[in-house]
Design a protein around this ligand. Structure first.
Ligand code: PGA
Length: 307
């Protein structure tokens, strides 16, 4: 939907009604806008209308998966350090474990670091595992749990994923909680059932939703170049927000970021970002290129409606 807004160089993240918008328009038009759109921070004197149903700050994560070498990661970090990123976005990258410390010590503080996994409890005799305490020790702020590659390739189930997420949250890490259906589940009309089941497994155990970002990642879209259409993504995001509202609380539904993942790139991010319930992205392949990742981060500007 195209709306007219007062021009504003910065988009503040938090939204509240904008009095300047009311002047030239009829009340019913304004009421309609307010039911569809939220407005940027009241702390700034000028505001832009943004297409955002939630109240959380735009969030973009780069999931580097099992990719990279010292050489390629040094180049990626240098590109990210030099990139111009919009200020109104939480930006996180998730390098492979072995490079976490190197990235954490060379990457700008503007970007936070996430791990791609963590153990279900305190460290100890668990060969091959990485503890939350160790992640915090090297400056990690986030961890990804429930990613489809861990669900479907490694075989992690809802309960195991829930335990890991709960432990990480209890110890103070933020969790990027991934959910998403397989192609056959979508074709069988089970998209919502699967997403809600995975969501409930998180809801049953998380101590609070304060540091949780939900990533909706349809499995058929991950790494396939087959991105969900903005409408397909919006439909699930709105349903997830509604589920939170009914099963957790209205406040959590509003403030929890619901980000989309699955073949997001520099060309499709802007149309996706315009959807009201898309609060950011989790990016795989395209996060390995600094300039393209910056474009995706900066797609937050698509949430602003052109003046
Ligand atoms: P993709 O991966 O962007 O390469 O599809 C997304 C993800 O797995 O988080």
């Amino acid at each position: 939907m195209e709306m007219v807004a007062t021009s504003c160089p910065q988009f503040g993240g938090l939204r509240r009604s904008c009095p300047t918008l009311h002047t030239p328009r009829s009340l019913s038009f304004v009421q309609h806008i307010n039911s569809q759109l939220r407005l940027s921070s009241s702390r700034k004197p000028c505001r832009a209308v943004v297409a955002m149903a939630g109240s959380g700050k735009f969030f973009v994560g780069g999931n580097w998966k099992c990719n990279g070498t010292k050489e390629s990661i040094t180049k990626l970090v240098s590109d990210l350090n030099g990139a111009k990123l919009e200020s109104d976005v939480d930006v996180v990258v998730s390098p492979p474990f072995v490079y976490l410390d190197m990235v954490s010590s060379s990457l700008t503080d503007r970007i936070e670091i996430s791990a791609q996994n963590s153990w279900i409890g305190k460290g100890g005799a668990f060969t091959g595992e990485i503890s939350v305490e160790q992640l915090k020790d090297i400056g990690c702020k986030w961890v990804i749990h429930g990613h489809s590659e861990r669900r479907h390739i490694i075989g992690e189930d809802d309960q195991f994923i829930g335990k890991k997420a709960a432990y990480a949250l209890n110890e103070g890490l933020g969790v990027i909680a991934c959910i998403g259906e397989l192609l056959e589940e979508r074709e069988a009309g089970k998209t919502f059932d699967v997403c809600f089941r995975q969501l409930k497994a998180f809801a049953d155990v998380v101590p609070s939703w304060d540091n949780v970002v939900i990533a909706y990642e349809p499995v058929w879209a991950i790494g396939t170049g087959k991105v969900a259409t903005p409408q397909q993504a919006q439909e699930v995001h709105a349903a997830v927000r509604d589920w939170l509202k009914k099963n957790v609380s209205e406040e959590v539904a509003s403030k929890t970021r619901i980000i989309y993942g699955g073949s997001v790139n520099g060309s499709n991010c802007s149309e996706l970002a315009k959807q009201q319930d898309i609060d950011g992205f989790l990016v795989g392949g395209a996060s390995l290129k600094g300039a393209e990742f910056a474009t995706i981060v900066n797609s937050v500007t698509s949430k602003k409606v052109a003046a």
